[in-house]
Write a new protein. Structure first.
Length: 79
């Protein structure tokens, strides 16, 4: 688990501290997209980039799991 009590993180693109993505108040498509092979999450905004970085969303074990899910046609989930 990587979220813990984090509510802000640094946007690696700008170096500015920003709030993490909040699924209760923000739209996923405004902040993220899947990369071409559907295994890595790309941050489109400061919020998205900071969230991907802070929560280590693209760590190697997660990407490997997504590769298996893509092969089984279980990923990406509908947004």
């Amino acid at each position: 688990m990587f979220k813990r009590d984090f509510v802000v993180a640094t946007d690696p693109g700008t170096g500015v501290e920003t709030a993490l993505y909040n699924p209760r108040t923000q739209h996923w498509k405004d902040h993220f997209r899947w990369d071409d092979d559907k295994t890595g999450l790309v941050g489109l905004s400061a919020v998205g980039r900071a969230t991907v970085s802070r929560l280590r969303i693209n760590r190697p074990d997660a990407v490997r799991a997504r590769q298996r899910w893509v092969a089984a046609k279980l990923h990406p989930p509908p947004v």
